[in-house]
Design a protein around this ligand. Structure first.
Ligand code: PLP
Length: 368
């Protein structure tokens, strides 16, 4: 922990404001709004909470359907299922591993209420096509930009394009405070109610601003505010400018390192479309088979290098089968998920460490 972070935390403990919506929380929100050109950012206690808040805000209810990829984290689907509605899974594009916009037409029914595009690894979905499709049919768009701190699509920050967006500040993301997140509001019609839902269904935010003289229960809601202790941690992380640049440098080193032998062993590297500025959240390889993938994970583990698969497709899980429906058999999703390996990447990673990982991957393939 750095000294700035400690100083901020100390400030919070010395003040009387350790609960949510405090000075550090507000500073984080203004900063996010400016940096990413978001109309309004509301910090939440997790990315999951932001998704759940959005689902209440859109009045998603029983009988509704929401289109999303199966290749995502469980929270994207849980938020919809918790409102009694049904996730409808569509396949992903083989290049970006994001929701395939060409599958939307087949997925849409009279029950469809909206679309949740997930920008995997901070690489953007084809947002122009998705937004136009949604607009034509009166559907909402909620961007799951959990991975996307500092990433953009045609110069627009991910999370700032849909009606609503969200980000995660979980420790595993590029910028984090342990547990945290934010809801991004790009359509001002949602702002007032979002504040109410975040404050347990009360208009406490208005009261705290002195706009009303007492607050009352005026809607459904839950406890979605981020403590100012964590907001202080988050603010120090947001201020640490070099995170994305460091990660992009490591990402490049991986690309350069794998290039001499990627074709020989049929290793597929991430593909970044020209419309996207990514943030190097994840570096992955797609291997020729799941056996090789599992073998490589074991080999790296024997060398004390942590690598993982990602994600178990939601449509294949018992809960997914119970509560959702898929459009077709999602062949790209199943195929990619069985062959993808995530390699270590973190902002303090040294070039020497990158080289060790690349060399161990090569050693593994030389031996099989
Ligand atoms: C991390 C993540 C979330 C949830 O964020 P939390 O802050 O962990 O609750 C949602 N969607 C995706 C795609 C994620 O990776």
């Amino acid at each position: 922990m750095d000294s700035v972070q400690l100083e901020y935390i100390e400030q919070v403990f010395k003040s009387s404001h350790q609960h949510g919506d405090g000075p550090f929380g507000k500073k984080c929100e203004r900063r996010l709004e400016q940096e990413f050109k978001i109309q309004r950012a509301l910090l939440t206690c997790s990315g999951t909470a932001a998704l759940e808040l959005a689902a209440i805000l859109f009045d998603i209810k029983q009988g509704d359907e929401v289109i999303m990829p199966s290749f995502t984290f469980v929270s994207t689907a849980n938020a919809v299922i918790l409102r009694g509605a049904t996730p409808v899974f569509v396949d992903i594009r083989p290049d970006t591993l994001n929701l395939d916009e060409r599958a939307l037409d087949e997925a849409v029914t009279k029950k469809t209420r909206g679309i949740i595009p997930v920008h995997y690894a901070g690489v953007s979905c084809e947002m122009d096509t998705i937004m136009a499709f949604a607009k034509e049919r009166g559907l909402f768009v909620l961007e799951d930009a959990a991975h996307c701190y500092g990433a953009s699509y045609k110069g627009r920050s991910l999370g700032s394009i849909g009606d609503l967006g969200m980000i995660s500040f979980h420790q595993t993301k590029n910028v984090g405070c342990g547990e945290g997140g934010a809801l991004f509001i790009n359509d001002p019609q949602y702002t007032e109610r979002a504040e109410i839902i975040r404050e347990k269904g009360t208009d406490r935010s208005k009261f705290l601003r002195g706009e009303i003289d007492r607050y009352s229960w005026c809607d459904l809601g839950s406890s979605y505010v981020l403590s100012d202790i964590l907001a202080a941690v988050l603010y120090s992380q947001i201020e640490a400018k070099e995170t994305t640049a460091n990660r992009l440098k490591i990402f490049k080193e991986y690309e350069v390192g794998f290039r001499p032998f990627s074709e020989k062993y049929e290793l597929r590297l991430p593909s970044i479309p020209p419309y996207c500025e990514h943030n190097a959240h994840i570096f992955y390889l797609i291997l020729p088979s799941s056996e090789l993938r599992d073998g490589l994970i074991a080999h790296l583990k024997s060398k004390s290098i942590a690598s993982t698969s990602h994600y178990v497709p939601l449509h294949d899980s018992s809960t997914g089968m119970k509560y959702s429906r898929s459009v077709g058999s999602l062949p790209v999703t199943s195929n990619v998920a069985s062959r993808l390996i995530r390699l270590p990447i973190y902002s303090q990673m040294s070039s020497a460490m990158v080289k060790i990982v690349v060399d161990e991957v090569e050693q593994f393939f030389k031996g099989v």
